[in-house]
Design a protein around this ligand. Structure first.
Ligand code: URA
Length: 208
């Protein structure tokens, strides 16, 4: 079963409180989404393998360590885009991809309408980004698409998760760890997390 990591760091929780606040305006909300993504990614990378490198300082040679595997981020459209820059601030060499999915109204199956991922995705450790893990349908489908393209190492980063979404990912992708700032109690009939953050895409982009 995949691991669920809920980040209780006071900085993460303070930012979450501001994100939850319905009075927080788009500009601040956007900035907080990026900052939160950076902090969650910092946590997610904690146990990644490193490799030794020698670096010449002005005074001598230092034995250093750098990440062993290159990182990629795949933002799920559209709200996941808001998280990508925060991760790039932490890992500027990360390659960025995007996946867009919609649910077919007849079959309810997730259909990919956009997919552009790094060419060498199968060699990267991929962070899948979406602020809200609600039912888990989109998350699970996106991870499946990545696996079908040969990606082996995947971590899911969201800001708020609902139990249903966690359960779905844990049963369908037990190899994928989940990093989040909160596990919320419920989902509305149309798939919004309660108390959650509201519609994150609209709050990031000011579209409502
Ligand atoms: N997407 C959102 O923007 N908010 C939710 O609560 C769930 C999915």
């Amino acid at each position: 079963m995949s691991n669920l990591f809920i980040n209780e760091h006071p900085l993460v929780q303070s930012k979450l409180a501001l994100l939850r606040d319905a009075k927080t305006k788009s500009k601040e909300f956007r900035e907080l989404v990026g900052e939160m993504a950076g902090l969650l990614c910092y946590d997610a990378v904690r146990d990644f393998k490193t490799k030794p490198v020698e670096v010449e300082t002005p005074l001598g040679t230092a034995e250093c360590k750098v990440l062993d595997k290159e990182i990629g981020v795949v933002a799920l459209l559209r709200a996941g885009i808001g998280m990508a820059d925060g991760i790039l601030n932490m890992i500027p060499t990360a390659k960025v991809g995007h996946i867009g999915l919609y649910r077919d109204p007849n079959t309810l199956m997730p259909i990919e309408y956009f997919c552009k991922i790094p060419k060498d995705a199968e060699n990267l450790h991929i962070f899948v980004l979406d602020p809200m893990l609600a039912t888990g349908g989109t998350a699970s489908a996106a991870i499946q698409f990545l696996k079908e393209r040969g990606v082996k190492d995947i971590t899911y980063i969201c800001m708020v998760a609902a139990a249903d979404g966690v359960k779905k990912l844990q049963s369908e992708h037990p190899d994928v760890d989940i990093y989040t700032a909160a596990l919320d109690r419920a989902l509305t009939e149309d798939g919004y997390i309660v108390p959650g953050l509201g519609d994150v895409g609209n709050r990031i982009y000011g579209t409502k």
